[in-house]
Design a protein around this ligand. Structure first.
Ligand code: ATP
Ligand code: MG
Length: 290
């Protein structure tokens, strides 16, 4: 394994977010490339510790970015060494390609759902499914990353210290937007359903080529967003009118406003949209991403 931070050579910055800075690094002895996420431990100890705990728990799925080590970075930093996803995030891909084919979206949805099935099985709620947290490599694999807004349902039930509003509001489910229902949004079934909603927004964004809950070019402020998520007149559904019936139905099951009626991960894994394309091709149907 990799013992110390000084075994690594920083090559470039590949991402900067609320949580920290991500570097492309190379392991000096083996020349293997990794991603190194550095988070400011001293700024928010609770959340850095939670991210570390969760990353170490979720270490054996091909649909979740693997963490190979956690280091003390000195000067109040905590470092997570991860497998390097060489194509970048789905956000980067959408910036370049604008829209994706239904076949590519089907492959993405399948990978994310399998990742969510794995995470939820370990009582981990991701809490921040969005294009910049879904990473792709040249093998065409799509993996879930960034546990900076995640939590464990078992230790969280009834614990008000977990901020339900962490994560990116644009992809957040209606029940998480509503302070009166935060308990639902954080607890087991309700929380898992929140990740499904976010996936619905992501797949629709891949199809229409822009954030789908408001019109193209419309300014996205907090009020517009809140209204679109909680009371939107099905902006989303008109956006996918031209899509296949299977895709339209898949989006509808993810974006069901009442979380009790929303499709579960298990249900969606059996949805016809995930099974209408020939997935025997080498890249799981996502080759046109890379
Ligand atoms: P944000 O606050 O924007 O969600 P963050 O600070 O929590 O971000 P991450 O989402 O973990 O940080 O990473 C930020 C970006 O760095 C990602 O969107 C991605 O572009 C890049 N990145 C992160 N991890 C990897 C990785 N393992 N391989 C390749 N790129 C990565
Ligand atoms: Mg992120």
């Amino acid at each position: 394994g990799i013992g110390v931070l000084s075994d690594l050579k920083k090559l470039s910055v590949i991402g900067r977010g609320n949580g920290g800075t991500v570097y492309k690094v190379s392991h000096k002895q083996t020349s293997v490339i990794y991603a190194l996420k550095v988070v400011r431990f001293l700024e928010d100890m609770g959340s850095a510790m939670r991210e570390a705990e969760i990353l170490q728990r979720v270490d054996s799925s091909e649909y979740v970015v693997r963490c190979v080590g956690v280091f003390d970075g000195g000067v109040g930093d905590l470092c997570f060494l991860m497998e390097y996803m060489d194509v970048g995030s789905l956000h980067d891909i959408l910036c370049k390609k604008k829209r994706l084919s239904e076949q590519a979206i089907s492959g993405i949805a399948r990978s994310v759902l399998r990742g969510l099935q794995y995470l939820h099985g370990l009582e981990v709620i991701h809490g921040d499914i969005k294009p910049s947290n879904l990473l792709v490599n040249t093998r065409g694999e799509v993996k879930i990353a960034d546990f900076g807004a995640s939590w464990l349902v078992s230790s969280t039930c009834g614990d008000r210290s977990v901020d339900a509003c962490k994560g990116t509001c644009a992809y957040m489910s209606p029940e998480r937007m509503d302070p009166e229902r935060w308990d639902v949004g954080r607890r087991c079934d309700g929380a898992a359903a929140g990740d499904v909603w976010s996936l619905g927004v992501v797949v629709m964004e891949c199809y229409v080529g822009h954030f789908p809950l408001v019109g193209p070019g419309e300014k996205i402020d907090w009020v517009t967003l809140m209204c679109a998520i909680c009371f939107g007149e099905n902006v989303e559904m008109s956006a996918v009118k031209m899509a296949s019936p299977e895709f339209e139905s898949f989006c509808g099951r993810c974006l069901e406003r009442d979380w009790r009626k929303r499709g579960s991960v298990e249900e969606l894994l059996l949805h016809p949209f995930l099974h209408k394309f020939d997935m025997t091709s080498t890249n799981n149907g996502v080759e046109d991403l890379v």
